[in-house]
Ligand binder design. Structure first.
Ligand SMILES: Cc1ncc(COP(=O)(O)O)c(C=O)c1O
Length: 419
């Protein structure tokens, strides 16, 4: 077994090691030299193992085996198998929504949602998101129109949306970034006034609720991702939340090549189906989701306790009345001098030197990518808040298995950077 350590001088327990690769045998020499107790060995291992921004939540393997046995004996691997159908029901119930269609991943769900509502022309969206949000528009031959974000929610700014509407606009594609809800009321009002559809990219928003219930009820459709890095994962996966049975029927046709029955094809559909292995994992994950969410909440609270008074950082504020899912732990560097991007990148590098791997979600902005940067709406002067936010953000590690001591260690390294 190999434990990788970044090229650096590492001083741990009084021993200086200069190495890029640390193999177990070498560690044993270190243990012997230090006459290590088991708990000391543990802390050495902890210090050398990387801490990533996230780790997938996986239930105990033995709990998954009966599901696999069922799949093996039924020989049903995909195509609306029993785990698939059961997961659709149980997820809708857990999330508090009426209708839900499972997908192989969130990107295919986004692409299909746009197809299902027959969106055309221009779609207003945010530059501050993962590439898949805007890519789903290009895959449908639609033109993204980027609009700046609100400095508090980091989601589409409703005031900017109205200014960007043209006769070609047919929809709005907002993102509940980090799972923090968009201003759904204002967006709903704009959509009603101008006759626009709203598809929420809710990839980060599993389980998030506002005062009226699930935030997935807003808009015409909401799209979830169950990717390995998400709060709720099915290895890969996703879903579209639909308001009624008729829309679900259409989406179900579209995700299965457009087949309505054995011989009838009603639309140029795609293969977006979730298989039985992912569906089975989803059923098992649901049994553990409340404990996983509680663990995330505890980690976030620990970060807040340690960092709330840090002069240089701004923590994420949970809006009043929102039951959040702690999907991410974004912090924002405050410094103006040197510029925030310099400060943020310095912090990012120093943490990486310590084998702690935060991520700069979302830097660069989608509008910086070559397929978007030529658009008028992608100009930096049109997107001052998004540009500034992308330069200041750092997402700290957060996942159910992250130890409290590791959170404290990360915070201590952050504080040290700003001494
Ligand atoms: C905002 C957002 N939209 C869409 C996606 C795409 O989801 P998937 O990876 O399941 O295709 C992701 C991330 O993975 C995302 O973060």
């Amino acid at each position: 077994m190999t434990a990788t350590v970044w090229q650096q001088n590492i001083i741990r327990g009084g021993i200086l090691v200069k190495s890029s690769i640390f193999i177990e045998a070498q560690l044993e020499v270190v243990y012997d030299a230090m006459e290590c107790e088991t708990n000391q060995k543990q802390s050495i291992i902890m210090a050398f193992s990387p801490i990533h921004v996230t780790e997938p939540f996986l239930p105990p393997l033995e709990e998954f085996v009966p599901y696999l046995e069922h799949i093996w004996s039924s020989k049903r691997l995909t195509n609306n198998g029993c785990f698939h159908n059961q997961l659709e029901k149980e997820l809708a119930n857990y999330l508090g929504v009426k209708h839900l269609c499972l997908f192989a991943n969130g990107t295919l769900a986004l692409i299909t949602a746009l197809q299902a509502l027959r969106i055309t022309g221009e779609v207003i969206t945010t530059p501050y998101s993962f590439a898949a949000t805007a890519h789903s528009l290009l895959w449908n031959g639609l033109k993204p129109v980027f609009v700046d974000i609100d400095p508090h929610t980091r989601n589409l700014d409703p005031e900017r949306i109205a200014e960007a509407i043209t006769p070609a606009t047919s929809a709005i594609l907002p993102v509940h970034c980090y799972g923090i809800p968009c201003d759904t009321e204002a967006i709903g009002r704009i959509a009603d006034t101008w006759g626009l559809k709203v598809i929420y990219d809710a990839a980060h928003a599993f389980g998030v609720r506002d005062e009226g219930g699930s935030i997935l009820r807003h808009g015409d459709l909401s799209v979830l991702s169950f990717h390995a890095t998400k709060v709720f994962n099915t290895f890969e996966g996703g879903a579209i939340v639909c308001p009624d049975a008729k829309t679900k029927q259409r989406v179900d046709y579209l995700k299965n090549f457009g087949f309505a029955d054995e011989t009838t094809v009603v639309a140029p559909g795609i293969n977006g189906k979730m298989n039985e292995f992912s569906s089975a994992l989803g059923l098992l994950q649901l049994k553990h989701i409340d404990e996983a969410l509680a663990a995330r909440a505890a980690i976030f609270r620990r970060y807040a306790e340690n960092l709330n008074d840090a002069d240089m950082l701004e923590m994420t504020r949970i809006p009043e009345g929102v039951q959040w899912n702690y999907a991410y732990c974004p912090v924002f560097v405050k410094s103006q001098s040197p510029p925030p991007a310099v400060k943020r990148d310095e912090l990012y590098r120093r943490l990486k030197d310590e084998n702690i791997h935060p991520r700069r979600y979302f830097y660069p902005l989608i509008t910086e990518f070559p397929m978007y940067r030529g658009l008028h709406s992608a100009r930096r002067e049109n997107l001052p808040v998004a540009c500034e936010t992308a330069d200041r953000v750092l997402c700290l590690p957060i996942f159910p298995g992250l130890a409290r001591e590791d959170v404290d260690r990360i915070c201590e390294r952050i504080s040290r950077t700003y001494e």
